[in-house]
Design a protein around this ligand. Structure first.
Ligand SMILES: [Zn+2]
Ligand SMILES: [Zn+2]
Length: 267
């Protein structure tokens, strides 16, 4: 089991779960996680919470059922690369994941069209989102509906310090983000190889909607194992790679004693 799962959704995301933060925290604690991040969908997702929900998360309890909680958002990267919450609200959150979804993005690639124009548009928007200093993580950059240039994205990540995510839900048998003929695993293999070469940290996440999949990232970790990705660049074990203020992590459960090996945790 990973030590931290930073991409999870509650009832406030408007789909996929009726779970509260408390229910999520209880399961994460029982499973032995040290850190749980709540990252509900931004307000441009149909049915998601209003900006006032995110504004008030700064007042929510951070220690529940013996586990440390972080409160973030999975903001939407809109057409043009801006996000769906104002800077003043994003700045109150512990971290920001930025992801592409449709809706609200207006154009998706279906695999039967000339890909290059889509790739250019999405790459530009990813890079603009990453230039926002409040963006810490790019969520599921595997989505074949939003093709992009992996070389330019990883260059931008190396330059900006933005973390890239390997998303377990995308790798499931019914992965959210597959396009006929384009292989999510293949996209991730190329991304992982480039991150390894350029020294870019990676985060594995469950993207659990509700408590059931919290902490479950076996397919994502298996891909990292396969590519011999260095453990010291795995954000789930090296929280310092998140560059969060110390006060947010000070009451985390202690890490288990140091492993005898540099190998990644078991998938
Ligand atoms: Zn998402
Ligand atoms: Zn998500």
């Amino acid at each position: 089991m990973i030590a931290a799962d930073l991409h999870t959704h509650t009832i406030a995301s408007g789909h996929g779960s009726a779970a509260t933060v408390g229910q999520m925290a209880r399961v994460a604690s029982m499973r032995g996680l040290r850190l749980l991040g709540i990252s509900d969908h931004g307000p441009a997702t149909p049915g998601a919470a209003l900006p006032s929900y995110f504004y008030n998360l700064a007042l929510a309890p951070r220690d529940r059922f013996g586990i440390r909680l972080l409160y973030g958002v999975e903001a939407n990267i809109l057409d043009g690369g801006s996000l769906d919450l104002d800077h003043s609200i994003l700045a109150r959150l512990d971290y920001v994941i930025a992801s592409m979804h449709c809706p609200p993005r207006s154009v998706i690639y279906h695999g039967n069209d000339e890909i290059e124009a889509y790739r250019e548009r999405n790459t530009r928007d990813y890079i603009r989102a990453m230039s926002n200093p409040l963006v810490r993580i790019i969520g599921h950059p595997d989505n074949s509906q939003f093709p992009y240039c992996v070389h330019r994205l990883t260059d931008a990540a190396a330059e900006s310090g933005v973390i890239l995510e390997i998303n377990e839900a995308s790798l499931g048998l019914n992965g959210f983000h597959r396009v006929e003929g384009i292989d999510t695993e293949k996209n991730y293999r190329i991304l992982i190889r480039l991150c390894k070469k350029k020294g870019i940290p990676l985060l594995v996440s469950s993207d659990s909607h509700g408590p059931d999949q919290i902490g479950q990232t076996g397919r994502a970790l298996a891909l990292l194992h396969e590519q011999d990705f260095p453990r010291e660049l795995l954000v789930n074990e090296h929280f310092e790679l998140l560059h969060l203020p110390e006060r947010l992590l000070h009451s985390c459960r202690p890490a288990p004693s140091a492993p005898d090996t540099d190998a990644l945790p078991p998938a």
